[in-house]
Design a protein around this ligand. Structure first.
Ligand code: CUA
Length: 171
């Protein structure tokens, strides 16, 4: 009988060990990113026919109050704007963004928030973000999409929660 055992050169063995350890480190980094920094993946929200947008929820984009601090923002992206161009929510809101592109691929990134996704025509992308601090946060297209790319943005206005009560107690 011939030798059945696989021969591994010591030099090769060293490299296999190094690669295995590095894969372990990369995997641990991924897990740490999710656990410690809350890195979230874009959720797949389904498919639509981009040429029949008018028959979908994207025909009338906007923000809806879902009860409590929950909001749903339906946003349509195209060259070179987001619709609606402005959204308003009270501080403490948790917003689920439901977004698609009407034409080509665009980016969707919210300033100072953990939300960054790619928009593709025919795909619905969903992501959640929480707005604790009042202020204005831009939604930016961070994927080059042609001549008007640099002007493609919208704004989320996070208002002081219960402005009227605050105003009354302050005066
Ligand atoms: Cu849309 Cu860049």
């Amino acid at each position: 009988m011939a030798e059945q055992q696989i021969h591994i050169d010591p030099y090769e063995r060293t490299w296999i060990t190094i690669i295995t350890v590095m894969l372990g480190v990369f995997f641990a980094t991924l897990i740490a990113g999710m656990a410690i920094f809350g890195v979230a993946n874009t959720e797949e929200g389904g498919f639509i026919n981009p040429s029949a947008i008018d028959n979908t929820v994207f025909a009338s984009p906007g923000i809806r109050h879902m009860g409590g601090n929950q909001y749903e923002a339906v946003i349509l992206a195209y060259m070179w704007a987001f619709e609606p161009a402005e959204l308003r929510v009270p501080a403490g809101s948790e917003v689920t963004f439901v977004v698609t592109s009407r034409d080509i691929s665009h980016g969707f990134m919210i300033e100072h928030h953990n939300a960054n996704m790619e928009l593709l025509p025919g795909h619905i992308s969903r992501i959640q973000a929480r707005f604790n601090e009042p202020g204005e946060y831009r939604i930016i297209c961070n994927q080059y999409c042609g001549r008007g790319h640099q002007i493609m943005h919208a704004v989320i206005v996070v208002e002081e929660a219960e402005t009227s009560t605050v105003a009354l107690t302050e005066e």
